[in-house]
Design a protein around this ligand. Structure first.
Ligand SMILES: [Zn+2]
Length: 480
């Protein structure tokens, strides 16, 4: 976002390009928010070289590869600003619980029992699902197990699908009073604070800033990680030029717990400590008072809005309008399939609608606003230089096939994507100039192998963590 103006004004390159996406409607999300009928996008290396109407293509431009996108819709790749890919095996379980019981009855046992092999199998499946649904960058909060080998294997699993990522390595440290209040499984507090920082630094050195998949520090939650370890994690991120991530102010319960530990509210405390900065990316940030919203804006911190998760767990409604007015960056996230997420098209629709009903006002959101959150907001959060189809930007593009009975008539592109779009509409995805999805299939991994390994891992995990009871539909019903 910061350098958007200069990038958009870069002189278009007219020499031969590597990849030409030709035809189709282009939602650029560029400086002037052009929507181009019968457009074309030329890509050279990992950058966008030219965007415009196909009829205006420079004569000198010859493409190595051309993909005919007639009848399709092209938009910037979407950034999933908050997910938990290792939780993919928990699809459908834990339905009907609010956050704290969801954690205690479902996710803490799941995370406590999961092994490296099972976590990696789940993350590979989650990353593949993300890639196939138009996500070109995912912030993956991975928090079990978090040894160096597993953390880097998760990063490799994401990279193998061709999408960008940041493995936000979950940091717990020593057991503490906040963890007792939240009822966190003591088994998740595996390392000392020093060990947590050392392992995170080791992983960051392997996947530093600028890698396709980076590693970021992620003190797991503002309630159950000690203040000292949160501050040290933020410092580690800043020293390495990357962002840091944390669950913060997701449920009203957490605010009450935090206030038992500290005389301040969570975001007010981060601000007072001087660690609320542009590098701070907070998952949820729902329960903020006016001063905390102002602090988010003043520091240009990021709030990651997870509308599907927030409705699934009935956590609350982000103060979206106030945060955007304050100058805070807002990105969009899925929070993973264990809370019915993982699909950014669905997240855009859920987000657009939830604020309208919360305010009883159909003008409370727009479809364009949610496309911007999923693209520009995510890019500003991730710092990866994509988010807009403009010359000079990173070449992350998604092509949706909207030439179908379900999408007919196709009159208003942005509204069609948000309100009628489905992840299954994704035909092609390009990340850093490479075609990673074509004809709705991964060009990078063996889908059947990823699926089979994940299903085998799920069976093992449900037995180990004794989660079989959560797989029953009509729970409490007298089944014959
Ligand atoms: Zn989360």
């Amino acid at each position: 976002m910061n350098d958007a103006a200069s990038l958009d004004q870069a002189t278009p390159a007219v020499e031969p390009c590597d990849l030409l996406l030709s035809g189709g409607t282009v939602i650029t999300v560029d400086e002037s928010r052009r929507v181009i009928d019968e457009g074309a996008i030329a890509i050279t290396g990992d950058r966008i070289a030219w965007v415009g109407a196909r009829a205006d293509l420079p004569a000198a431009l010859e493409a190595g590869t051309t993909i005919d996108c007639s009848g399709k819709l092209l938009m910037p790749g979407m950034v999933d600003g908050h997910s938990h890919l290792f939780q993919t095996l928990g699809r459908g379980l834990g339905d009907g619980l609010s956050l704290v019981p969801w954690l205690r009855q479902f996710m803490f046992p799941y995370a406590g029992a999961i092994t490296k092999e099972i976590a990696v199998a789940g993350a590979r499946l989650g990353a593949l699902q993300a890639a196939l649904s138009g996500t070109t960058m995912v912030v993956d909060n991975h928090y079990s197990p978090t040894d160096t080998e597993t953390t880097l294997a998760i990063a490799d699993g994401i990279a193998a699908t061709g999408i960008r990522g940041a493995v936000a390595r979950g940091i717990f440290g020593e057991m503490n009073p906040g963890a007792e209040l939240m009822g966190v499984d003591p088994g998740l507090f595996r390392y000392t604070a020093r060990e947590e920082l050392d392992i995170t630094a080791e992983c960051m050195a392997e996947r530093p800033k600028g890698s396709l998949v980076e590693v970021w520090p992620c003190p797991e939650n503002i309630v159950y990680v000690t203040p000292e370890l949160i501050a040290a994690s933020a410092e580690l991120a800043v020293a390495n030029g990357v962002r840091w991530h944390m669950h913060c102010s997701e449920s009203a319960d957490e605010i009450a717990f935090f206030e038992e530990l500290q005389p301040q509210r969570p975001v007010a405390w981060l601000d007072a400590e001087g660690i609320l900065t542009e590098a701070t990316t907070l998952a949820h940030a729902i329960w903020l008072d006016d001063d905390e919203v102002a602090a988010m804006g003043r520091t240009r911190a990021t709030a990651v809005h997870n509308p599907v998760s927030n409705q699934y767990l009935a956590s609350g409604v982000l103060r979206l309008a106030e945060l955007q007015e304050s100058g805070a960056n807002v990105a969009l996230g899925s929070d993973g399939i264990a809370v019915a997420g993982q699909d950014m098209i669905e997240a855009m629709k859920a987000g657009t609608l939830m604020h309208r009903v919360a305010r009883l006002d159909p003008t409370a959101t727009t479809v364009e606003q949610f496309i911007e959150l999923a693209t520009l907001g995510g890019a500003a959060m991730a710092g990866h230089g994509a988010g807009s189809l403009s010359p000079g930007r990173a070449a992350d593009v998604v092509v949706l096939d909207l030439d179908s009975v379900r999408h007919s008539p196709f009159s208003r592109p942005a509204a069609s994507v948000v309100h009628s779009g489905r992840s299954g509409d994704v035909d092609t995805a390009v990340v850093a100039g490479e075609v990673i999805v074509r004809g709705g299939r991964s060009t990078k991994v063996d889908e059947a192998e990823v699926k089979a390994k994940a299903e085998e891992a799920a069976r093992a995990l449900f037995a180990d963590a004794d989660l079989g009871g959560l797989t029953i539909d009509w729970q409490g019903f007298e089944h014959e």
